[in-house]
Design a protein around this ligand. Structure first.
Ligand SMILES: [Zn+2]
Ligand SMILES: [Zn+2]
Ligand SMILES: [Zn+2]
Length: 156
């Protein structure tokens, strides 16, 4: 029985799992993170960092959190849940009027509140125009010389 032909594949064999990227291949920020964790773990083993409860909720199972990876020994202890929320975006997109979910980034209000705001804004503008017209009619004011309209956005 002859030996089966050798198949030389250019790609990696499927059983070889892609290993984690080498430390030197990590982006700068990642590398700092890994280094800070390593240093903190080492310090903990040497007793320089003492494990504490979660500083937010007091849970016994807490993990180290770095506010600044440049200061690896400056850690805060947070349980898994609090740690996750610590890393979550500081301002979740909520409507500042109804506190409901805000679907668009960079907007202050949700769609509904935005529409209501715009409606109220237009009504107010119309009232101002009517008031101005009434004053002009009554001879109490003169029409202002037209200037370039100020672009006023109701949403900042
Ligand atoms: Zn953290
Ligand atoms: Zn906690
Ligand atoms: Zn809203």
């Amino acid at each position: 029985m002859s030996a089966p032909p050798l198949h030389v594949k250019a790609s990696e064999p499927c059983h070889v799992k892609r290993s984690r990227p080498k430390h030197s291949e990590l982006p700068e920020e990642q590398r700092k993170k890994v280094n800070a964790r390593k240093a903190a773990n080492m310090a903990q083993r040497r007793g320089r960092i003492i494990k504490q409860r979660c500083e937010r909720c007091g849970a016994a199972q807490a993990e180290k959190h770095h506010d600044d990876y440049a200061q690896p020994l400056k850690v805060r202890w947070l349980c898994m849940a609090c740690h996750r929320s610590e890393h979550a975006p500081s301002s979740p997109p909520v409507c500042s009027k109804c506190r409901g979910p805000r679907d668009r980034e960079g907007q202050q209000f949700c769609r509904t509140c935005h529409a209501a705001y715009m409606r109220a804004w237009r009504v107010k503008q119309r009232q101002l125009v009517q008031l101005a017209r009434a004053l002009v009619k009554a001879g109490k004011a003169t029409l202002p010389t037209p200037t370039t309209p100020v672009k006023e956005s109701p949403c900042s």
